[in-house]
Design a protein around this ligand. Sequence first.
Ligand SMILES: *[C@@H]1O[C@H](CO)[C@@H](O)[C@H](O)[C@H]1NC(C)=O
Length: 342
Amino acid sequence: MRITLSLAVLTAAVSSARAFHQGFNYGAFFTDNSPKMQSDFEAEFKTAQNLEGAPATGFNSARLYTMIQWGTATAPISAIPAAIATNTTLLLGIWCSAGASAVTNELAALQTAIATHGPAFTDLVVGIAVGSEDLYRASPTGRAHDPSAAGLGADVLVGYINQVREAVRGTPLGGVPVGHVDTWSEWVMPGNRRVVEAVDFVGMDAYSYWEGGVVNGVEEGRLLFGQAMESTVGVAVGGKGGKGGEGRRKPVWVTETGFPVSGKTVNEAVPSAENARRFWRDVGCGLFGKVDVWWYTLRDAGKGTPEPSFGIVGEGLGKPLFDLSCGEAKGTDGDDEACDAE
Ligand SMILES: *[C@@H]1O[C@H](CO)[C@@H](O)[C@H](O)[C@H]1NC(C)=O
């Protein structure tokens, strides 16, 4: 129970009086590279809000990776009108790894969205994440995983963070927190300290599934997630960037975590609906309603199933593939120790 206690203490440490944002991550395109249209995003957002058996705190926030409608140069992503139609809050994403001109296009799309939709859009925005796992992709681990994937160093990334701050200054998004999303192992690197200093929030991605260098069976999920969170909370303090200045503790938002329902085994982590259920229960149920969380994910399988697949509703938008309840002792695998986190 020591780990359980530690998660509870951590969530208390990062908690404040406001309600927490809770939702999923939403890509801009389907597995076959075709773009998601407004109707596709609307269907996903409505499914997220009405998930059978899910905790009553609800899943009504969407984290995006890009401002640009897939396949266009600068048209705003159609997730925006879909969010307006479904009252879904937005953690916006500015895709940065494609370089300076792509960032300029991202900002053009953002400005167009502000001009087109006004407060109906801007009132839904809870944060702007500048980049996603760029530091990880540029790291030795990231390069070993995928040598072709483009990443960014800390200096370039901080430049983009400051560019985005300038771009939203004086707009209705001028007061919205600006941050970055990366893997927990990058946030704790001393060489990335300047990124911590530049942000208003630390977006943390943590997957025990991918931690192939340690004992990482799903039964270790809570322990490994707790260690990732504790390490990241430990470094998320100070710097001149953002509001509050030196010594300010920065909020850690859980921007991605989850466990695959299918795909290859990584060390001891075996994808299955049962194991995804266990991770949801052991990790998710301890977080929902207590910190800001964007789970990975509602649906990553559409027009084809990726390998591994983390989607809790599979190809269609039907019933969840596993039990999403966080109540007492109703786990599918009979482990009653589950949701007694507090
Ligand atoms: C939208 O959701 C928020 C909570 O996130 C709620 O306070 C508000 O009343 C909702 N607005 C509409 C129009 O349903």
